[in-house]
Design a protein around this ligand. Structure first.
Ligand code: ADP
Length: 194
């Protein structure tokens, strides 16, 4: 007999603007639900640190607050997802463009799994900028300076926000208020998940 609670597939998407707290929540949520956390931002920063080809291509793009080309990101995510059996993942920071969302749909259908839910962390813009600037002081991430932050916000509005309508229409979107203590936000997320 197999334990279906362990074997069950799960695909959660965590969306939200820069500074909404995706990374923090992704860590806790993945742990709580036994999911493999796939954060494209973390993966890219790791490539930069290791000085890989991808890292060298991505560095200046990330520092400018622009998006790394879809093909590179999609290949990176595909390689990770294909390693998973059963697929139990939390995607943080992916998809970020329509092309990435379409590629994800194709990839998941190849793997015969479907999206469990899409969580949108909502925080208003002045709070986002405040959080990112204070993170800049603590962590010194090279894209957390005021000019790059403003650009990341614009890129989010232009390229990623349309995806919210896409997932809203598909009935998979769950809105969560991202303001307040980390553990409270985590409880709110848990409440909207199946
Ligand atoms: P934030 O959500 O605060 O912008 P991330 O760590 O998710 O932080 O992303 C940092 C940077 O990495 C982005 O500004 C972008 O350059 C790059 N990046 C991360 N994920 C993607 C993605 N899915 N597509 C393209 N670029 C990405």
């Amino acid at each position: 007999m197999t334990d279906s609670s362990v074997a069950q597939t799960e695909v959660l998407l965590l969306m939200g603007p820069p500074g909404a707290g995706k990374g923090t929540q992704a860590l806790k949520l993945a742990q709580a639900r036994g999911l493999h956390k796939l954060s494209t931002g973390d993966m890219l920063r790791d490539h930069v640190k290791r000085g890989t080809d991808l890292g060298r291509q991505a560095k200046s793009i990330m520092d400018a607050g622009e998006l790394v080309p879809d093909e590179l990101i999609i290949a990176m995510v595909r390689a990770e997802l294909e390693k998973q059996t059963p697929v139990r993942v939390l995607l943080d920071g992916f998809p970020r463009t329509a092309a990435q969302a379409e590629a994800l749909d194709r990839l998941l259908s190849e793997l015969q799994v479907s999206i469990t839910a899409v969580v949108l962390l909502e925080v208003q813009e002045d709070e986002l900028v405040k959080r990112l600037l204070s993170r800049a002081e603590r962590e010194g991430r090279s894209d957390d300076n005021e000019t790059t932050i403003r650009n990341r916000m614009q890129v989010y509005q232009r390229q990623t926000k349309p995806l919210i309508d896409y997932y809203q229409r598909s009935g998979q979107l769950r809105h969560v208020n991202g303001l307040g203590p980390v553990d409270e936000v985590l409880v709110r997320i848990a409440e909207v998940l199946p």
